[in-house]
Design a protein. Structure first.
Length: 73
């Protein structure tokens, strides 16, 4: 994929390895950073990468907390 700042639904779905319909649903529900140009969704790669890092850090915290509660740490 060429280096682009603004991605279409099809481009981002490929980048995230998810179906475009799933991506549309996430955008409609406000669960992923997105904006509309007319009727088409667009995604800023910088905000998507930040969103991914945020999601990964939340998952890491939950995993650490559950291990702590279970006595692994």
């Amino acid at each position: 994929m060429e280096k682009k700042e603004i991605l279409t639904t099809k481009e981002l779905a490929k980048y995230l390895n998810i179906h475009p319909f799933t991506l549309h649903k996430l955008a409609r529900e406000g669960k992923i950073p997105a904006f509309k140009i007319g009727t088409d969704w667009r995604f800023h790669k910088h905000y998507i990468d930040r969103w991914i890092k945020q999601k990964l850090s939340v998952i890491g915290k939950k995993t650490s907390e559950s291990k702590f509660k279970e006595g692994f740490l």
